[in-house]
Design a protein around this ligand. Structure first.
Ligand SMILES: C[S@@+](CC[C@H](N)C(=O)[O-])C[C@H]1O[C@@H](n2cnc3c(N)ncnc32)[C@H](O)[C@@H]1O
Length: 523
């Protein structure tokens, strides 16, 4: 390494490399005994690679947009936008594999890269724009998602306790493990991208199944823990690269043969991570590449649960007090009642509460367009199996891993082993009465919002039954609006914490761990 200062205007920083080669390595010879050189000339920061011989071709890199990833102790890859000579032509990304002579030289290069990059970014931020050029600093993710929501979201996933909660959902993690290992022919010798890698667990499964290389992309601080966990499994670590960043923004050195991800939120779509999964597909997956999971289905059926209805309605009774320390609260009763009924309920319920067989809506992850997830409109039509009061719509989801060897479903259905997603119920503030055989129609309309969730508009109607039905009149109709972001986690109701519960681990919903911790402390 050598640093040469040539007065105020020019400065450069050279590193000797064992070799460098442009990816894919088969199409470009490796240049041995090479030099990497950072420099500033008249305020412009540059990175160039060239062979030691004078006549060798020089590869220019725009350091302000380049990213550097460690592939091993003495091997790294530098991803940058393509360039032609000094004119940057931003059309596609390019990877340059770098081999260092020693681990120390590799570390020193990485350190210098970060310093020169921040200089370059600062300089370009202060530079004048070319005529007609627009600064588009917001990525697809940033332009859709409110900054405060994204901050809280990645803060949440950056904590090990929340990753542990998902890892301890053995139905979930065990199904992923089985789906990968039983379909090892889909992974052996393949390039895999783990979309939202979290702790890196799915990357480790893919490496166990024989993947040639796994790129584990994770936007939150969890990326550092994933790196640690992967390094702690040295037989797999050589084939996994953790990349910290959003799948909407990072560049990868090669295309993937298969994507693996766990992008499912409550009711499949909450958190809006399916959109990131689809963006990753369009950015990184080879044509006809595989996706694990491959499809998702939302299932819906009307339910009857008098007990739940009364419980929710009673919550608003507090606001019926006319003398609360001398204050009449009743003017807020109506708003409180509406507020409680705008919360979808998350819990595990007995499937015998369902009033008719379920219908389903399928989302094919391999072909759905990202924009199609902004608004999901599902017409409802059921035949009641008995005479009862319908209190709303119960929903759950499943996903399919369409492996070449085994097709495996991960289900969150009522009556199946409970997962941390439980099921979701949207309660109508005005229930409807039905007779056996009566048709229930309606609409389940979900509209995405910029806090990474959906507003749900539910309408359910009971059609006229018996005499006069042929005139097609509607007898009763009931509509409600819900915010999927603000569910009522019914499982977090104060419960006595007993040792027997401890021995049969409970899978908790995301927002519930803190509640339980408080209950345990108070017990
Ligand atoms: C539901 S967790 C799954 C974690 C891990 N794959 C597992 O199965 O245990 C989703 C992870 O994706 C990450 N994530 C969400 N959106 C992302 C995005 N746009 N780019 C990169 N990571 C993202 C989150 O930070 C979180 O760690």
């Amino acid at each position: 390494m050598m640093e040469v200062s040539l007065g105020q205007k020019q400065k450069h920083h050279e590193f000797t490399l064992l070799s460098f080669s442009l990816l894919p390595s088969s199409s470009s010879p490796s240049c041995s005994s090479a030099v990497a050189c950072f420099s500033t000339e008249c305020g412009a920061t540059k990175l160039q690679f060239h062979q030691k011989s004078e006549s060798a071709e020089v590869v220019h890199v725009d350091i302000s947009t380049a990213q550097l990833f460690k592939l091993g102790p003495v091997k790294s890859v530098c991803i940058s936008e393509s360039s032609e000579g000094n004119r940057m032509v931003k059309s596609y990304s390019r990877g340059i594999t770098l081999r260092f002579r020693t681990e120390d030289e590799s570390k020193a290069f990485h350190c210098a890269f970060e310093q020169w990059k921040s200089k370059a970014v600062d300089a370009s931020a202060g530079a004048c724009l070319e005529n007609g050029k627009v600064v588009t600093s917001k990525s697809k993710f940033d332009s859709k998602v409110e900054a405060a929501s994204a901050k809280m979201y990645f803060h949440y996933y950056g904590q090990l306790l929340h990753q542990q909660n998902m890892l301890q959902d053995y139905v979930r993690t065990g199904t992923y493990y089985a789906a990968v290992i039983e379909n090892r022919t889909d992974f052996i010798g393949r390039v895999v991208v783990d979309v939202g890698a979290g702790s890196g667990i799915l990357s480790l499964f893919a490496a166990q199944a024989g993947a040639k290389h796994v790129y584990a992309v994770e936007a939150s601080e969890m990326a550092e823990y994933a790196q640690k966990l992967i390094a702690g499994n040295p037989s797999l670590a050589q084939r996994i690269t953790v990349i910290k960043g959003k799948v909407e923004e990072v560049e990868l050195p090669e295309k993937a043969d298969i994507l693996i991800s766990e992008p499912m939120g409550t009711l499949l779509v909450n958190e809006r991570m399916l959109e990131s999964y689809v963006i990753a597909r369009d950015r990184f997956l080879v044509p006809k590449g595989k996706m694990f999971p491959t499809i998702g289905r939302i299932h819906m059926a009307p339910f009857s649960d008098e007990y739940l209805y009364v419980e929710v309605a009673n919550k608003a009774l507090f606001w019926q007090q006319q003398n609360y320390f001398g204050v009449d609260l009743t003017s807020l009763y109506g708003s409180a009642f509406q507020g409680y009924f705008s919360q979808p309920v998350v819990d595990a319920f007995d499937p015998r509460l369902l009033v008719s067989p379920a219908i389903s809506h399928t989302i094919d992850f391999t072909s759905v367009k990202e924009e199609e997830l902004y608004e999901i409109d599902i017409p409802l039509s059921f035949i009641a199996s008995g005479g009862t009061r319908v209190h709303g719509l119960a929903c759950w989801f499943d996903v399919l891993f369409n492996g070449s060897t085994v097709q495996r479903w991960l289900t969150t259905a009522p009556g199946s082993p409970t997962t941390h997603w439980y099921q979701l119920r949207c309660i109508l503030s005005q229930p409807i009465y039905v007779m056996a055989g009566q048709e229930i129609t309606g609409r389940f309309h979900m509209v995405a919002h910029n806090a990474q969730s959906y507003t749900i508009y539910l309408t359910m109607s009971a059609k006229m039954y018996g005499a006069g039905a042929d005139q097609g009149g509607i007898l009763q109709t009931s509509s409600c609006k819900f915010d999927l972001k603000e569910p009522y986690y019914r499982m977090s109701q104060p419960q006595a914490y007993t040792w027997s519960q401890d021995q049969q681990p409970h899978q908790l919903g995301h927002a519930q761990e803190a509640d339980l911790a408080v209950e345990v402390e108070l017990a």
